[in-house]
Structure formats: structure tokens, C-alpha cells
Design a protein around this ligand. Structure first.
Ligand code: ATP
Ligand code: MG
Length: 263
């Protein structure tokens, strides 16, 4: 259902900062698949999500959702189909709007809400969703998003991104900036929602255990390429040690390449 065909993206081409962030990405993600993405800093993980969401347009290659080409469609157009959660809790919500206004906005974005005759009915719907996370958000509907804690704000973003069954859910290290306790709670509820709703999901993580524990497929990126793609039985039988070994192998290869260039 999501297809990336030979996607390339280079930033700041022709300058001293030129970076080939994606170099020939081919990826086919069937409906209801949940892919975890790992890779070192600068490997191209966030750029991959940005290309899918339309925040960044590819130089070359195609992005297709359900067979329709989206490659050059604007971000706002794709927002109807794509739920997104960023590493930074400040990015997912509008700070000067209340919790309820933010949720209503998500509702509109996904073209929902017409069956809610009354504001009261809608409020009860929101409260039920928020109560599930047990962070007290259900009694904060009229509070501005800017007054919430990082964890509460991230929960709000996750609710906004998943409430109306996006075609694709993109999670970019959603709990990396939160303290461990809240992080665990939010990760658990996120995983529950993904399972219940069978959402097609791509989640970037730096945590090797998370990468293997969640989802049904793991890809590893390095310098703009997908260098490992494991699923099924093979994935069930590998450990975090295996992934770490792959990383150190890469570093050795890079080191050898650098030496060659300097020689
Ligand atoms: N908008 C941009 N302008 C210029 N360079 C960019 C831009 N976005 C990303 N890059 C560069 O592209 C490369 C890939 O970046 P990307 O953010 O995709 O990496 P990442 O795998 O998400 O890394 P991290 O683990 O640090 O989040 C990096 O070298 C980064 O500096
Ligand atoms: Mg990133």
C-alpha cells in the first residue's frame, strides 16, 4: 500500500554542505505492516518520513499510496491520510489552541466529525479517548496546549495522529525526549492503539530492543540507503546483539573507506 521507488534526496546540492540524505530507496510496505527503522545519526531516517509525509519532496523517484502517485503532492494534501508524531513534543500541536481545539482540528483534517451533532457529544468522545492514557488530560480540554507537560503534549499528538485511522502512521522517535516512566506509558498506549486499529506504521527508534519488540519488520539505514530489511522468522530469531554487530561492521567499513580516501 505504501511504495517508494528509487527515491533520491540531496540537500544543499553544489555547496560545501551537500548531503545525499537518501540514495535510491526502494520500499514496499503492505497494509497493516508495522516497520521499525533504525540507523545511526544522519542515516536518513527522518528524511525518509519527511519524503512520505511530503515535508520534503524527492529529487528523483516515486512515492505511492494505494497505487496513487503522491511524489509531488503537497504536505497538506497528504495530511488527510497520514498521522505523524515527531520526536519534539512541541511540533505536533498548536500551542495557542486548547486541547479540544487541537483535537477538533485533527478531526477536520481527516474529514471527520459530521456525525457529531453537538459539541457536548464531541467532548465526551474526546474525554473517553484521553482518559485511557491516565495522564489527567480528559479534564484539561479547555487548557491551552502550551500549558501541558511534554508527555501530555505528546499524548495529545498521538491521539490526534491516530484517532481517525490514518492510512499510514509515521512515528519519529516519539518518546525519545521524555522521562523513562512517561515514555514507557506512552509507548505502551501507542502500541495498543496500533494493534487495535491495525494501523500501517513506520516507527523510527534508536532503541534496539524496541526495534525488535514492536512491529513485524525492521529496516536498518546507513548513509541514505536501506542496508538491512528483516521480517518473519528471521526477525523472530535475532537479538539486539545481531543488530549492534551490524552497526559495528558498518563503522569498520566506513573507517576503511575513509582511510582509503586519505591515503
Ligand atoms: N532540511 C535539511 N537541510 C539540509 N540538510 C538536511 C536537512 N534534513 C536533513 N539533512 C541532512 O541529511 C542527513 C540525513 O538527515 P536525517 O535527519 O534524515 O537523519 P536521521 O537518520 O533522522 O538522523 P538522527 O538519528 O540524528 O535523527 C543529515 O546529514 C542531515 O544533516
Ligand atoms: Mg531523525
Amino acid at each position: 500500500m505504501l511504495q517508494l521507488e528509487n527515491v533520491y534526496k540531496c540537500f544543499a546540492r553544489g555547496t560545501s554542505h551537500e548531503t545525499e540524505a537518501l540514495r535510491g530507496i526502494n520500499l514496499n510496505i503492505p497494509k497493516e505492516d508495522f516497520v521499525t527503522v533504525i540507523g545511526s545519526n544522519g542515516a536518513g531516517k527522518s528524511t525518509l518520513l519527511n519524503i512520505i509525509a511530503g515535508t520534503v519532496l524527492p529529487d528523483k523517484g516515486k512515492v505511492k499510496i494505494d497505487g496513487c502517485e503522491f511524489s509531488n503532492k503537497a504536505e497538506y494534501f497528504r495530511a488527510r491520510f497520514i498521522g505523524r508524531v515527531f520526536q519534539d513534543p512541541l511540533l505536533g500541536t498548536a500551542p495557542s489552541m486548547t486541547v479540544e481545539e487541537n483535537l477538533s482540528l485533527a478531526m477536520k483534517r481527516f474529514g471527520r466529525g459530521l456525525h457529531f451533532g453537538l459539541n457536548k457529544q464531541r467532548r465526551v468522545f474526546f474525554q473517553e479517548k484521553l482518559a485511557r492514557v491516565e495522564l489527567g488530560l480528559e479534564s484539561m480540554l479547555s487548557k491551552k496546549a502550551s500549558s501541558l507537560s511534554g508527555g501530555q503534549r505528546q499524548v495529545l499528538t498521538i491521539m490526534m495522529a491516530t484517532m481517525f485511522d490514518p492510512k499510514i502512521l509515521l512515528l519519529d522517535e516519539p518518546t525519545a525526549s521524555l522521562d523513562p516512566e512517561i515514555s514507557k506509558k506512552i509507548q505502551l498506549i501507542t502500541q495498543e492503539i496500533i494493534k487495535e486499529r491495525r494501523l500501517t506504521t513506520i516507527m523510527v527508534t534508536h532503541n534496539m530492543q524496541e526495534a525488535l519488540r514492536y512491529g513485524n519488520r525492521t529496516i536498518m539505514m546507513d548513509r541514505g540507503r536501506i542496508i538491512l530489511d528483516i521480517a518473519g522468522k528471521k526477525r523472530e530469531n535475532i537479538s539486539t546483539d545481531y543488530l549492534i554487530k551490524q552497526f559495528s561492521k558498518l563503522r569498520k567499513e566506513e573507517f576503511a573507506e575513509d582511510k582509503l580516501m586519505l591515503a
